[in-house]
Design a binder for this molecule. Structure first.
Ligand SMILES: [Zn+2]
Length: 383
C-alpha cells in the first residue's frame, strides 16, 4: 500500500485530520502537473496516515468535500446525473487507491472541484431546507386537500351508487336532533345506534352493505393520500413536489392518528355498529398505520431542528385551516337547510366547497411555481 512506503520530503504526512483536510483542500485547486503528482502521493499517504476517527477519516474522503454526495441517492435531485457522476468519481478514487496506481488517483482527485459544486447544488435542492413561512402557507393549503381527499373517498361511493349526496367541507350535509330540517322530504331520516334522530342530505337510502363500503372509503382514502404523499417525497425529483408530498403525508397522518388516539371518529363508530364488531378492531390497525406513516415522515427530516421547524409550521398552518373548515361546514349545513341557491350541489358537492377547492388548487400551483423559480435562481447564482 502506498501509505506504508517511506515518506517523500514534500509530503505533509500528519495524523491530524485538520492538517490532512488542509492538504486535501489545497489539492482541489489546479497545481502544475509536477505538483499534482507529488501532491497526489501526499494525499494518498496522508489518507493512510489518518487515524480512524469515525466516518470522517476512514476513507480518503476525509476532507469531507464530497461526503454528502456519498449518502445522496443517485438521481434524487434534478441534478441526479451530476450527483451520480460525482459519487462514481469518488468510488473510482477508492478503487484506484486500493489497486495502487497513483496517476489514476490523481486524475480522479482533480474532479473534487466538480464534486464541490455538485454538493452546493444538492444543498440548494435539498427539499428539507425551506423557508418557515413558505412551509406554513403550504400546510394551510394542504389541510384543505387532506380533508377533501377523505371526503372524496366517501363521496365517490355515494355518487357512483347514484345516492345524490350533497357534500360539505368536512362531512355529508346532515342534521342531528332538534329542530328537524325545514323540508324533511329532501332528506333521509335515520336513527343513530344511541337512539338519536338525524337527517342526511341524500336522494335515496343506501343498503347496509353500501353504508359499510362508503363509511370505510373515507379513512381508506386518507390512508391512500398519506401513502401518495410519502411516495412523492421518496420518488419525485423536484424539491417543491417533495415538500408538498411530505407536508400532505404529515398533515394527513397527524390528523388521523390523533383522531384514533382520542378514540373519536364517526365513521369508525357507525362502521363498527354495522359490522357488529368492537370499535377498537377498526381503530387499532388504522391508527397504527397512520402513526407509522407520521413517524416515517418526521424521520426523513434528518435532524431535530428541521423536524421541529416543519412540525411547528404544520401546526401553525393547520389551526386556521381547521377553524375555517369547521365554521364553513356549519355554514354549508345551515344554508343547504335554508335552500340557499348558492349552496346547491355541483356533482354532489355544495357549490362553495367546489369554489374553495378550486382556489386552493390554484394557490398550490402558484406556490409550486414560485418555489421552483426560487430554486433555479439560487442554482444560477451558486453555479
Ligand atoms: Zn369520514
Amino acid at each position: 500500500m502506498a501509505g506504508t512506503e517511506s515518506t517523500p520530503r514534500q509530503c505533509f504526512v500528519s495524523p491530524a485530520p485538520t492538517r490532512y483536510a488542509r492538504d486535501a483542500s489545497r489539492l482541489a485547486g489546479s497545481p502544475s502537473p509536477r505538483a499534482r503528482t507529488v501532491n497526489a502521493k501526499c494525499w494518498v499517504q496522508s489518507a493512510q496516515a489518518v487515524p480512524r476517527l469515525g466516518e470522517e477519516s476512514k476513507s480518503p474522503r476525509a476532507d469531507g468535500q464530497c461526503k454528502v454526495m456519498d449518502s445522496e441517492r443517485p438521481g434524487s435531485a434534478p441534478f441526479g446525473r451530476g450527483v451520480q457522476a460525482c459519487a462514481a468519481t469518488e468510488g473510482s478514487v477508492e478503487a484506484s487507491l486500493r489497486a495502487d496506481g497513483q496517476c489514476k488517483v490523481l486524475a480522479r482527485f482533480l474532479d473534487h472541484r466538480f464534486c464541490r459544486e455538485q454538493k452546493r447544488k444538492a444543498q440548494i435542492m435539498d427539499y428539507r431546507k425551506v423557508g418557515f413561512w413558505q412551509l406554513v402557507m403550504l400546510a394551510l393549503l394542504l389541510n384543505f386537500v387532506a380533508q377533501t381527499i377523505h371526503e372524496a373517498g366517501h363521496w365517490t361511493i355515494y355518487e357512483t351508487l347514484g345516492r345524490e349526496p350533497v357534500w360539505g367541507f368536512s362531512s355529508l350535509v346532515q342534521i342531528w336532533g332538534n329542530p328537524p330540517p325545514l323540508h324533511p322530504n329532501e332528506w333521509i331520516a335515520m336513527i343513530a345506534p344511541d337512539g338519536e334522530k338525524g337527517w342526511l342530505r341524500l336522494g335515496s337510502s343506501p343498503s347496509k352493505t353500501e353504508w359499510i363500503i362508503m363509511l370505510a372509503a373515507g379513512p381508506l382514502a386518507s390512508l391512500l393520500g398519506v401513502v401518495f404523499g410519502l411516495s412523492l417525497m421518496r420518488w419525485n425529483r423536484n424539491p417543491a413536489t417533495k415538500q408538498m408530498g411530505l407536508v400532505l403525508a404529515l398533515i394527513g397522518s397527524l390528523i388521523m392518528s390523533q383522531y384514533y388516539l382520542r378514540g373519536s371518529g364517526g365513521d369508525e363508530y357507525f362502521l363498527a355498529v354495522y359490522l357488529g364488531i368492537p370499535k377498537y378492531i377498526i381503530d387499532i390497525p388504522f391508527g397504527l398505520a397512520f402513526i407509522i406513516a407520521f413517524i416515517l415522515g418526521v424521520w426523513t427530516l434528518g435532524d431535530w431542528r428541521t423536524r421541529f421547524k416543519w412540525l411547528g409550521a404544520i401546526l401553525l398552518g393547520s389551526v386556521p385551516a381547521g377553524l375555517f373548515l369547521m365554521k364553513a361546514n356549519d355554514l354549508v349545513q345551515a344554508q343547504v337547510n335554508q335552500g340557499n341557491p348558492l349552496f346547491q350541489p355541483l356533482l354532489g358537492w355544495s357549490l362553495p366547497v367546489v369554489v374553495v377547492n378550486v382556489i386552493v388548487f390554484l394557490a398550490l400551483w402558484i406556490w409550486w411555481k414560485r418555489a421552483n423559480k426560487m430554486y433555479y435562481s439560487s442554482i444560477k447564482t451558486a453555479g
